[in-house]
Design a protein around this ligand. Structure first.
Ligand code: XUL
Length: 576
């Protein structure tokens, strides 16, 4: 590619930082710059990138913070010696669901930026409201109830939009905004998502929503490829639905679309080429699946404080406990997502209980936990006649499934499918190490079955590969159980891109948007250029027939466990 080849810039505008990554046409990273919101910003009084109003369970971020951050990252790239004139394309990833409210002066101000001044200095008047509701906001219960009821049921809302109503989803957030900030709403010319806000700054006018990120609003009818008028009507509240349509704008289908050239401001201030092209920015989760040529039937498991599971699939099988989005680049595919509240933290509780019993290993905090996972047989069945031991471990209230915090232990007999809520035969807390890892993975297998394909005759449907990302991906004991429970005909891999997955995905999207041949898919282009030996490592076997079948029986028991606990909880609250 030489030192004069084109470069592509991908941004990740996330909760706590803005990051910019520059890659070459052959996907090599040339520069990375970060602006940490808490550490590097001035004047906002934020904590972990946001402000909160606990009385109303509101979480929101100052939009001006992101303007300051964008100048900050571009300046850092300049200091690193980036030759901006080589940047041929820009795309981005934004934290999902957050909305930005533009004023009537927005277009005029965006068009008349002066190179001597920062974005923050010049765009103050461009917003009808200074804050963007954040994905951690939980102020919209009333609005969610209205959204869930609007089409008859949560199931129907999920069928139409890919998700039931969630506090953070933008439709319920807009409805609340029309009520709480009705004057600001009246003075709003356009509404952006965080992703399209970022693209708008570079374009110098308001960019359309991205075809995948628009599915995080509870407003987009995925099958029809259009807004759902009934939901728009609801979201517009006391205002006109036609007016809301204008505020939201059109949604182009092509995720690699040329949205236009970079605004003159960036050419004059940072010496970008006037030919630099803006490609739609998408959500951070859709961008994550673009950090590698994820094939349909491949799964990504992000093992952080919470667990996120992402898949690319041709099957659209919505359910109130899961999410479907349009795939960010490839028509006909969907992104399937599971977002748990419990994950790493829940495993830490069991780890600490084990350490309290057997004594801490100071050299490796996970040593005792991992040993317990590896020494305990699958489902804690010491002999074939033993019952399977399984449980639910939720130190925090969970959404998949919707249950309060708690712990439940069961013994399951796969022969007669009988289930008993008990700790009989459990060696607590040691057996819980295996049981918690299994329960998290059984939940993924339960909810993703039907989305995977059989890799060949006689072999059950399962992911082709399972990619682990995030903090827990280093843990080989978890990786081993992941392969046993989920399968993965080619194995379990660790994706080694640090915390750069979304920014890389965004940069790769820009490469694809501008270098694709007619009709060439993202997976094909990136698949040809990606050097997998640099980015991934196989860390565990995937499909092993016998144990995969055993977990197949266990999934049935696990489904019963969840149903029983849900029924018990409903009965407790008089909803039986
Ligand atoms: C997904 C979600 C978060 C945000 C922030 O639905 O709310 O993952 O995208 O990362």
């Amino acid at each position: 590619m030489g030192s004069q080849g084109p470069l592509y810039l991908g941004f990740d505008l996330s909760t706590q930082q803005l990051k910019g990554i520059v890659v070459t046409s052959d996907l090599k990273v040339a520069h990375i710059a970060k602006f940490d919101f808490d550490a590097d910003s001035r004047g906002f009084g934020i904590k972990k990138g946001v402000l909160t109003n606990e009385a109303e369970r509101e979480v929101f971020a100052p939009v001006a913070l992101w303007l300051q951050a964008l100048d900050g990252v571009l300046n850092k790239l300049k200091e690193q010696g980036l030759d901006f004139s080589r940047v041929k394309g820009i795309s981005g990833a934004g934290q999902q669901h957050g909305s930005v409210y533009w004023s009537n002066d927005a277009e005029k101000l965006l068009k008349s930026l002066q190179k001597e001044k920062t974005l923050e200095e010049q765009l103050e008047g461009a917003f009808s409201h200074p804050y963007s509701p954040n994905w951690q906001d939980a102020s919209t219960q009333k609005e969610c109830d209205e959204f869930d009821a609007a089409l008859g049921s949560q199931e129907e809302l999920a069928n139409v939009t890919g998700s039931k109503a969630h506090h953070r989803f933008t439709g319920p957030q807009i409805l609340r905004f029309t009520r709480k900030h009705s004057d600001a709403y009246k003075n709003t010319s356009r509404i952006s998502l965080v992703s399209s806000f970022l693209a708008s700054l570079f374009l110098g006018h308001i960019a359309p929503f991205d075809i995948s990120d628009v599915c995080g609003m509870n407003l987009w009818n995925i099958k029809n490829g259009a807004y759902d008028d009934r939901l728009l009507k609801l979201a517009s509240g006391q205002f006109s639905v036609e007016d809301l349509k204008k505020k939201l704008g059109e949604v182009p289908e092509d995720g690699g679309l040329d949205l236009g050239k970079i605004d003159r401001y960036f050419v004059e201030r940072y010496s970008f080429s006037p030919d630099c092209t803006i490609i739609p920015a998408t959500g951070d989760n859709p961008a994550t699946i673009l950090a590698l040529p994820l094939r349909s039937s491949d799964a990504m498991v992000s093992l952080g404080t919470s667990t996120t599971f992402l898949m690319s699939t041709p099957h659209y099988k919505p359910d109130p406990a899961t999410h479907f989005f349009n795939h960010p680049t490839t028509p006909g595919l969907y992104m399937f997502m599971l977002c748990y509240k419990n994950g790493g933290l829940a495993r830490e509780h069991v780890r600490d209980a084990i350490d309290a019993k057997v004594g801490k290993d100071s050299s490796n905090p996970w040593a005792n936990f991992d040993k317990a996972v590896l020494q305990t047989p699958a489902l804690c069945q010491k002999t074939a006649s033993d019952k399977m031991k399984m449980g639910l471990f939720f130190p925090r209230p969970e959404i998949v499934p919707n249950l309060p915090a708690g712990q439940w232990h069961f013994n399951y007999d796969a022969k007669d499918q009988s289930l008993q809520e008990t700790t009989e035969g459990w060696d607590k807390p040691l057996d819980e190490a295996r049981a918690i890892v299994e329960s998290q993975l059984l939940s993924l297998r339960l909810r993703s079955k039907g989305l995977t394909q059989s890799p060949g005759e006689g072999i059950p449907a399962q992911p082709r590969r399972v990619y682990l990302v995030g903090g827990g991906s280093k843990n080989k004991a978890i990786a081993k159980v992941a392969g046993e429970v989920l399968g993965g005909i080619e194995g379990v891999y660790k994706l080694d891109v640090g915390d750069n997955a979304c920014a890389l995905g965004a940069a790769y999207k820009a490469v694809w948007g501008l270098e694709r041949k007619p009709g060439q898919t993202f997976e094909d282009l990136v698949g040809q250029r990606w050097r997998e030996e640099e980015f991934i490592e196989k860390i565990a076997d995937g499909y092993q027939k016998e144990v995969f079948e055993k977990y197949g029986q266990a999934v049935e028991g696990f489904e019963k466990v969840e149903k029983q606990v849900l029924a018990e909880e409903a009965a407790k609250h008089g909803k039986a």
